[in-house]
Ligand binder design. Structure first.
Ligand code: PHE
Length: 367
């Protein structure tokens, strides 16, 4: 590198300046480089690296200039190099100080902006949801029955034909199976189906528990109906079962009356119409006097004065055989209510789809 023995010329060469007057220009170049890097060092991390690069004691740019340009300089050059170096150092120092402050306030500002709460802003009003009409009806039904000693149990929606039919005294090819067009799972006729009623839980409960039994079973059931204003392929039932050593038809009628008064009002009367279910004997359809007209006849009861509540009956002794209950010693009654129907009737809803579309304008009517 060195092409001359003149120490002044050697220093100038290291600096890259042709004449002593050009030294200042070299320093200005360094300074421009510094300024550019300073603008680029806009966050804490980059600033740290930048400071080290310029003021690092061992390898920082300032140290290198001191070691390579200043120290070996001849006395006549030392003055100008020293002066320039001092100016550069002062510039570096003030710039770094400014940079630090800048970054400090910026981060302080984000912190305070984050923490600042504008108390004059209106609050966020959260909309209150309501329980779905079906849920409310379930809760009311459960309240009515738990008040007289029934407990609530739930069971599987995927059932076997045994629990859904056989053990309920509905053998294969029995015409009662036709009324409940069944969803079978993967066409496997013999293995699983979606329960068509909550009655399988009568069997499951009696299999597990010794009498006395007093349960209600809320839940979803499925039937292959064509969906229309009064049908869906899924609906809700609540099953009831009471079995003990001394349960009579009077207990059954008394419970039915109690339920009707609780659910539809204290003046409500009931009547029983003969019906048929393979798992009850005798079976009945329970009607109540219309809660709208009180029995005089109106649009709701189709001018008959009566509305149909649910199917029920005394447990068929044949069923006890399936759960190893003694039919000589035990008796009981069972009922199965269509919860959606009861809810619609009580609250004057005319279309099943309204119950499941979850339109808030509908739902909000039942706070
Ligand atoms: N499981 C019957 C149905 O879904 C209703 C019912 C239950 C009838 C219990 C009598 C006793 O239609």
């Amino acid at each position: 590198m060195t092409t001359t023995n003149d120490p002044t010329a050697q220093t100038l060469e290291r600096i890259g300046a042709k004449t002593p007057e050009a030294v200042a220009e070299k320093f200005a170049e360094v300074r421009r480089r510094f300024d550019k890097e300073a603008t680029d060092s806009s966050d804490r991390e980059r600033l740290q690296a930048f400071v080290l690069r310029w003021t690092g004691r061992k390898a920082g740019v300032l140290t290198q200039i001191t070691d390579n340009w200043l120290k070996p300089a001849t006395p006549e050059l030392k003055r100008v190099v020293g002066q320039e170096l001092n100016k550069l150092k002062a510039h570096v120092e003030t710039t770094l100080e400014e940079k630090r402050k800048e970054i400090e306030t910026a981060s302080e500002q984000t912190v305070t902006a984050r923490d600042k709460i504008d108390l004059s802003l209106p609050g966020i009003e959260r909309a209150f949801g309501t329980r779905h009409l079906i849920r409310q009806t379930f809760e009311e039904l459960q309240r009515i029955f738990t008040a007289i000693g029934f407990s609530v149990v739930e069971g599987p929606e995927i059932e076997t034909p045994y629990y859904n039919f056989e053990a309920l005294n509905i053998p294969e090819h029995h015409p009662a199976r036709d009324n409940m067009d069944t969803f079978y799972i993967e066409g496997a006729r013999s293995s699983y189906l979606l329960r068509t009623h909550t009655s399988p839980m009568q069997i499951r409960t009696m299999e597990k528990e010794k009498p006395p039994v007093r349960i209600v079973v809320p839940g979803k059931v499925y039937r292959r109906d064509n969906p229309d204003a009064t049908h869906g392929y899924m609906f809700h039932q609540i099953e009831g079962l009471a079995v003990d050593t001394d349960i009579t038809f009077c207990d059954f009628k008394g419970t039915v009356d109690y339920f009707a008064r609780e659910f539809l009002g204290p003046k409500t009367k009931t009547r029983l119409r003969p019906s048929y279910f393979p798992f009850t004997e005798p079976s009945a359809e329970v009607d109540a006097t219309c809660h709208v007209c009180g029995g005089k006849g109106c649009r709701v009861c189709k001018f008959s004065g009566w509305i149909e509540l649910f199917g029920a009956g005394m447990v068929n002794p044949a069923v006890y055989g399936f759960v190893k209950y003694d039919p000589e010693r035990l008796s009981g009654f069972a009922f199965g209510m269509g919860v959606d129907r009861l809810a619609m009737m009580k609250y004057g809803v005319t279309e099943v789809p309204l119950l499941f579309q979850n339109d808030v304008r509908f739902l909000q009517q039942f706070p």
